[in-house]
Design a protein around this ligand. Structure first.
Ligand code: SF4
Ligand code: SF4
Length: 225
């Protein structure tokens, strides 16, 4: 899932300071799961903005709506059935960066601003805690590393490790963190694939990463190419 955090309130206030009528638009998928931009967080942000305005004697209208996903045209199209977007001078999106951009594309005559900072692709570890697991490198090596990503988990992004600086299983860059390559060694041992540690992984093929990347499913190639 995509993990994001809400921007500091003062920054959000500044971003919407010109607005007389704004729509706070929530996203009900990843950012709802990480408690940053779902329906509940939109309601809290709307209340905070209204309170701040009341304290400053301002009277901008703040409306709210949450849709299933902002990274999907189908769901953004549904907004038109629920509100008249033309009435708003600004949309404050609580989606990840992808959602904010698709919204800007589809309402290209509107000011769309982000309420969140998109942080990483990660997993939920427990209530209220998420950790980064993937940097979307386009050339996954997890089969060689026991399902632990060296690109993300090793402070130096080493493809062959450990680097020699690990102490008691902790990383030399940050002794609070586990050494990724110690974790990889232990996992490979656990699954009976320790021979993989003898293999030299080639340097990461960063050339396969495209910016901006496009993925077209095989079945749709003829349609788009
Ligand atoms: S190697 Fe790591 S960064 Fe690359 S795709 Fe796999 S999990 Fe993601
Ligand atoms: S100690 Fe381990 S995690 Fe830290 S930089 Fe070296 S190999 Fe990577």
């Amino acid at each position: 899932m995509i993990v994001a955090k809400r921007k500091p309130f003062d920054e959000i206030k500044e971003l919407v300071s010109d607005s007389k009528k704004m729509l706070i638009l929530g996203c009900g998928t990843c950012v709802a799961v990480c408690l940053a931009g779902g329906e509940k967080e939109v309601a809290i942000l709307a209340s905070q903005l209204k309170m701040a305005q009341a304290l400053e004697d301002q009277d901008a209208q703040v409306d709210q709506l949450t849709i299933e996903r902002q990274c999907d045209r189908e769901f953004i199209d549904e907004i038109k059935d629920k509100v008249n977007v033309d009435e708003y001078d600004l949309i404050l999106s609580t989606a990840c960066g992808a959602g904010v951009q698709l919204l800007s594309d589809m309402f290209d005559h509107k000011v769309v601003v982000p309420a969140l900072n998109t942080t990483f692709i990660g997993v939920a570890e427990g209530p209220g805690i998420w950790t980064e697991r993937c940097r979307s490198c386009s050339d996954c090596v997890l089969a060689e590393t026991g399902g632990i990503c060296p690109v993300t988990m090793c402070a130096k992004g080493l493809m062959n490790g450990p680097c020699g600086g690990a102490r008691h299983g902790k990383c030399e860059v940050d002794p609070e963190k586990d050494c990724a390559w110690t974790l990889i060694y232990n996992r490979l041992e656990q699954i009976g694939r320790l021979d993989r540690m003898q293999r030299i992984l080639p340097p990461k093929r960063y050339s396969v990463q495209q910016y901006p990347a496009v993925v077209i499913h095989e079945a749709y190639k003829r349609r788009y190419e």
